[in-house]
Each structure stands twice: as structure tokens, then as C-alpha cells.
Design a protein around this ligand. Structure first.
Ligand code: HSE
Length: 437
């Protein structure tokens, strides 16, 4: 029987260092729970001699992937370098060699789903990726284990800490977008390329992983509708608040009669909805199942320690399996491999929801009636409306805001195309979808 479980880490950045620190601090506790010791014996990083401000003296550090991949003593490989190309070869080779792998890499799993999971299904090694979605919230374990008897109907998630941090700062502190982004970067929440956070890409990566797990499918990332938070203005925030809403970047997946909805966009969420109170870099994932009803899981979605903790949870679970020689008790992607099929996402034009429309128009006679006529002609009902601002000269635009009843997106787009081409429209209309929960 093994005396200890040996780990090799790729990457000593934010998360990698967090894992080392957690093992230093909680190692004794972990050994008590596991019955064996966990040891990080090797690390591979691009810059092995860099001072990282923590004690790494008992870890053999190099820049050669073979040092870990060819070491028969290493049981579990931790891929914590991020990015797709190098991470992919590391994960594939480790699994192919029968090693177990733990990764936090959502981009890799979302972009190379079939390749990675085909290998994970075939490998003698086990595969953990809890840290890839929503930091320390065990949402992947929930879907794979706790909810495995459920038909999952809907998932709504705040799953990007950086975007939520920025929106919270803009709403609560009236902070400037760029200042809030810089603060999120300084706290270690943001991606290497922060466009991934603010343009919705990171949320999309995570949503695709949840959809694959929840709906027994292999979904195509390219079919997701993805819109980030860069068009949200302080004015939208103020008007939303006035009508009892806050603005969140939601990843939403719904199993509808028409097909699977999958979409990422800023969303008006009622302040009474629990998702509205998820602040700062925190994440929350609401899941509805046909027997369990609605659930909500909440926790830190980004940052070194919460992400490291999710990695550690996987490492310990895999170690237990290895020590018991239990094999793959739970399939890597929740269903049996032959039951996983490619599934389509409904085009965004087919989605039905409510809309917030902010028109920037000149304050002229007949403007309101033209807008409402065009909405009516496209089968769009109005729930409430507001005129905001005062024109100090005839060329100053004012804002007309309309909250619609449920409408199909293609009709909204048809109406907006006509309205935005009218002479009195000063700027393209700002559209924000409303969560109807
Ligand atoms: N950039 C990510 C976020 C890190 O802000 O949520 C965690 O995946």
C-alpha cells in the first residue's frame, strides 16, 4: 500500500501557490482525514528560479514537463497554468499515461471538451475539475453526484467574480468601470486577459461545462450567445434600481420544450431574487431540478485560496479513490460515455424573455407614439415606461425607457432595427434582458 500520495504541479501562479500554502497549513488535518500524507514533490513552471514569496524548498522545481510527466512516482498531476495549448498537451499526456489529473482550466475544458473528456473516460487515471467553475462552490460535484437523480431544468449563475466585482462597485460605490477592473486585477480575480472577464468569455466557458454536465450533452461553445458588461452605464444602473432591479452578468441555461437555451449577458435581476444579493467577487449558482425544485449555492468564485481549496478537494477525493483502488466511480462528465451526444443550443433569436429598452431620442412631438407603434406591430407588449432627462437644446437627446412583457428576441431585434433608423434616434438603443424569476 502507498505510504503517501505524490503530486506534481504545473504552474506556481495565483492558484498553484495557493495549493502549496493550503497543504503547508492544513497538511496535518488532511493527513488525518485521508489516512496518508499528500506530498507535492515537483513543480514545473516557466521561470523556476523566480522568488514567489513562499517556502518551496522541499519541492523540486524545473521548467521541463517531462520531470513530472515521466515520473512514475507521481500519482496526481495538477494543471494550474491556464491557457489552452500547453495545458492541453499536459492534461492529455498525463491521462494517457494513467496518471490522475486535477485542473482549474475552464477555457481548456470548454474549448477542447471532446478531446479532453474522451481521454478522461479512457484513462486509468481520475479527472477532477471542480475548480474550473465557481471557485470553491462544489457545483460540479453537486451536478455529478447529489443531483444525479434529477432532470435539471434550469441553471442561472453568477460565475465570474471579476464582472460581479465590477458591477457591484459601479452600483454601490458609483465606481468607474476601469478603476473597479484594476481593483479586481490587484486582488488576483481577473484572467490573464481581462477581456475574458468583462466580455463574458469566462462565464461562457463555465456555463458550457455546466451544460455538458447537467444536460448529458456535448455543447458547442460557439453556439452560446455571449455579451459582456461593457455597455452597462451608470444611467442603466440607476433606472434599474428605480424599478426594483439590479444588474448582474448571468450565465443561463434552460431545458425548454423548444430546445436548450444557453446564454451569457448582463441581466436585470429583481432585488428580491437571492442572486441580486451576491456581491463583489462572490459567485452563486441556482439550479432547478424536476424533483428537488430550486437550489442556490454561494461562495467565493475567484482568488487564490478559494480556487486552491476546490483543487485540494478534488486531490483528496481522487487520493481516496486511488487508495481504495476504486476506479472511476462517477463518470468524468456525469453520464456514461455512450450516452453523451452532441447537442444544439437554441439560437438567441428564438429566446423569449422580458426586455429593458433604453432609447436615446430627441425630445420631439410624436416620438413616443412612433416607438410604441413599432413595438406593438412586432407583438411586443409594454409593461412600464419612463421618460428621463431634459433637453437643454433641440439636439440634446433624452432617454425613453420601456420595460416589455415577454417577447421573442427576433421580434425585439426587428423592432429595434426599425426604431434605430428613425431620424429622432440619437444613439443605438440599449437593450438589457430581464430575468423573469
Ligand atoms: N477570472 C475568474 C473570475 C477567475 O473572475 O471569476 C475564476 O475563474
Amino acid at each position: 500500500l502507498k505510504e503517501s500520495i505524490k503530486l506534481g504541479i504545473f504552474g506556481l501562479g495565483t492558484v498553484g501557490k495557493g495549493v502549496v500554502e493550503q497543504l503547508r497549513k492544513n497538511g496535518a488535518l488532511i493527513s488525518q482525514r485521508l489516512g496518508k500524507e499528500l506530498q507535492i514533490t515537483k513543480a514545473v513552471t516557466a521561470n523556476p528560479t523566480k522568488d514567489r514569496g513562499i517556502d518551496l524548498s522541499d519541492i523540486q522545481i524545473s521548467s521541463d514537463p517531462k520531470d513530472i510527466l515521466d515520473d512514475p512516482e507521481i500519482d496526481i498531476v495538477l494543471e494550474l497554468i491556464g491557457g489552452v495549448t500547453d495545458a492541453k498537451s499536459i492534461v492529455l499526456e498525463a491521462l494517457q499515461k494513467g496518471k490522475s489529473v486535477v485542473t482549474a482550466n475552464k477555457a481548456l475544458l470548454a474549448e477542447c471538451t471532446e478531446e479532453i473528456f474522451n481521454m478522461a473516460y479512457q484513462s486509468k487515471g481520475l479527472f477532477g475539475f471542480e475548480a474550473s467553475v465557481a471557485g470553491c462552490i462544489p457545483v460540479i460535484r453537486e451536478i455529478k453526484s447529489s443531483y444525479s437523480g434529477e432532470k435539471i431544468e434550469e441553471i442561472s449563475g453568477i460565475i465570474n467574480g471579476t464582472a460581479n466585482y465590477i458591477l457591484t462597485s459601479m452600483i454601490e460605490d458609483k465606481a468607474d468601470f476601469q478603476v473597479a477592473l484594476k481593483a479586481a486585477q490587484d486582488k488576483g480575480y481577473a484572467e490573464a486577459d481581462p477581456a475574458f472577464d468583462i466580455e463574458g468569455t469566462d462565464t461562457a466557458h463555465k456555463l458550457i461545462i455546466l451544460m455538458d454536465l447537467a444536460f448529458n450533452g456535448l455543447f458547442d461553445l460557439k453556439e452560446l450567445y455571449v455579451e459582456g458588461i461593457t455597455k452597462i452605464t451608470p444611467l442603466d444602473i440607476e433606472i434599474a434600481e428605480q424599478f426594483g432591479y439590479t444588474i448582474k452578468l448571468l450565465g443561463k441555461a434552460v431545458n425548454t420544450d423548444k430546445g436548450f437555451e444557453g446564454r451569457v449577458h448582463p441581466t436585470l435581476v429583481k432585488t428580491s431574487n437571492m442572486l441580486a444579493s451576491v456581491r463583489g467577487a462572490f459567485n452563486a449558482v441556482a439550479i432547478k431540478g424536476n424533483f428537488m425544485g430550486p437550489t442556490l449555492s454561494y461562495g467565493a468564485g475567484a482568488g487564490a485560496y478559494p480556487t486552491a481549496s476546490a483543487v485540494m478537494g478534488d486531490v483528496i477525493e481522487i487520493s481516496r479513490n486511488l487508495l481504495q483502488e476504486a476506479g472511476q466511480l462517477v463518470p468524468p462528465l456525469a453520464s456514461m460515455r455512450d450516452q453523451l451526444s452532441k447537442k444544439k443550443i437554441l439560437p438567441m433569436s428564438e429566446v423569449t424573455t422580458e426586455y429593458y429598452l433604453r432609447f436615446s431620442v430627441l425630445d420631439e412631438v410624436g416620438v413616443m407614439s412612433k416607438i410604441t407603434t413599432l413595438l406593438g406591430e412586432n407583438d411586443i407588449g409594454i409593461r412600464s415606461m419612463l421618460q428621463k432627462g431634459e433637453a437643454h437644446s433641440p439636439k440634446d437627446p433624452i432617454h425613453v425607457v420601456i420595460f416589455t412583457h415577454k417577447a421573442i428576441e427576433k421580434n425585439i431585434l426587428k423592432a429595434l432595427a426599425k426604431i434605430d433608423s428613425l431620424q429622432f434616434v440619437a444613439e443605438p438603443t440599449n437593450l438589457i434582458r430581464i430575468d423573469t424569476e
